[in-house]
Design a protein around this ligand. Structure first.
Ligand code: HSE
Length: 403
């Protein structure tokens, strides 16, 4: 018998209970043992839940139960979740989580703790919801030197951008829809301002390049600055605006990582990733380009990845999974200032001004554009270079174009 507890009976936690129950027979068969949900910890009461007899409020019950093997943490945040995860690992219980904030901020120390106590800390669901990405990155692509990871990592913002593009909804209307569908974080600013995508690119960068990348090292810009005008200009040249998290290997073991809206040309498969779907493109020196695609948020897709980790651990409770990375460093992450790309610019200027400032540009058009608005694509250059050229102009939008 393998005993499991769930911490936090919210969207993901209740999804985990549902998958463990609905697919119980096949899970037992795959593990070749009985996998039983023994406890659910939540401060709230759920008197009508089919799992009502499993609820406990005191975490010490789990810590002190020698028969409990795996703790699923779906509380979120990095306060109570950190305390419970630390205590569970110290008690020798393996922990599975979807909590990207905790992994991105404390992953290194929690992985160390798991090793010291002969248990595992797994977090497949923390990036890309239901998409298998972390295990493939470290197992199936293990023969590669990974060069870069580029992803649409936040379902809520991708949903918002898609609804703005396709239905002409305002930002607020589209956000309300995403929240109603259960995609958004408790505080949607983490989605909209890019912090959720930032945490996910930190985890991907740590796994791809082997050292902890902390969120405060990663420049992060969300989608509040994306206007319907930008969507229309992008559309006029077959591009879609996407919030991308990017991590690029640099010389001497350094990493360049950032989150920002980009114009993605139609020939790049990331441009066709819509609604709540996420996609992660990985480049390795042997495989070339590979892309992972699927539902990046939502109750059952996320629970699917959580329960897969539970199954992996349950198959062999004592196996040392070595899925860690080295400690980070203040100088590990280099500035994006050296990264050249073409730029999309929307600015209050005449065409002549735009040309004299930026040289060889591709002018863009949209219906209803007011006089004095210029939008264009530039030749490749660095961010300091384009900012210097635009100095003094009233810049509406400035986004990189994905090569
Ligand atoms: N709020 C997150 C998103 C949930 O929209 O992608 C999944 O991490």
């Amino acid at each position: 018998m393998v005993n499991v507890a769930i911490l936090g009976f919210g969207t993901v936690g209740s999804g985990v209970a549902e998958v463990l129950t609905t697919n119980g027979g096949l899970i037992d068969h795959r593990v070749d043992d009985l996998v039983r949900l023994k406890y659910i910890v939540d401060v709230r009461d759920f008197p009508d839940s089919p799992y009502k007899d499993l609820f406990v409020k005191d975490f010490a019950v789990l810590e002190n139960d020698p028969e409990l093997d795996i703790v699923v943490e779906t509380i979120g945040g990095a306060t109570i979740a950190l305390d419970f995860t630390t205590r569970a690992l110290k008690a020798g219980k393996s922990v599975v989580t979807s909590n990207k904030e905790l992994v991105a901020t404390h992953g290194y120390e929690l992985l160390q703790l798991a090793r010291e106590h002969g248990c595992s800390y797994l977090f497949e669901a923390s990036v890309g919801g239901g998409i298998p990405i972390l295990r493939p990155l470290t197992s199936c692509l293990a023969a590669n030197e990974l060069e870069q990871v580029t992803g649409i990592l936040n379902g809520t913002t991708n949903y918002i951008l898609t609804r703005m593009i396709k239905a002409g909804l305002t930002f607020d209307q589209a956000l309300a829809e995403a929240q109603a569908n259960g995609y958004a974080e408790k505080d949607p600013t983490a989605d909209v301002d890019g912090h959720d995508a930032c945490r996910k690119i930190c985890i991907l960068a740590a796994l791809a390049f082997g050292r902890h990348v902390y969120p405060d090292q990663v420049p992060t810009q969300g989608i509040r600055g994306v206007a319907l005008e930008d969507v229309a200009y992008a559309d006029s040249v077959g591009c879609k605006i996407k919030l991308l998290g990017r991590a690029i290997r640099q010389p001497e073991g350094k990493v360049c990582a950032f989150v920002a809206p980009h114009l993605v040309p139609g020939e790049n498969p990331l441009s066709g990733v819509e609604d709540v779907f996420n996609a992660i493109a990985v480049t390795g020196n042997a495989i070339g380009d590979v892309m992972f695609y699927g539902r990046g948020a939502g109750k059952l897709p996320t629970a699917s990845a959580v329960v897969a980790d539970v199954i992996d651990i349950a198959k062999d409770l004592k196996r040392d999974r070595h899925n860690g990375w080295e400690e980070g460093a203040p100088d590990l992450v280099v500035s994006t200032d050296g990264l050249r790309s073409a730029w999309y610019v929307r600015v209050q200027a005449s065409v002549e001004q735009a040309r004299s400032r930026c040289g060889d540009i591709q002018l863009l058009a949209r219906s209803g554009a007011p006089a004095g608005e210029a939008a264009f694509l530039t030749a490749p250059m660095t961010e300091p270079e384009i900012r210097e050229k635009l100095a003094g102009l009233d810049a509406g939008s400035l986004f990189r174009v994905l090569a």
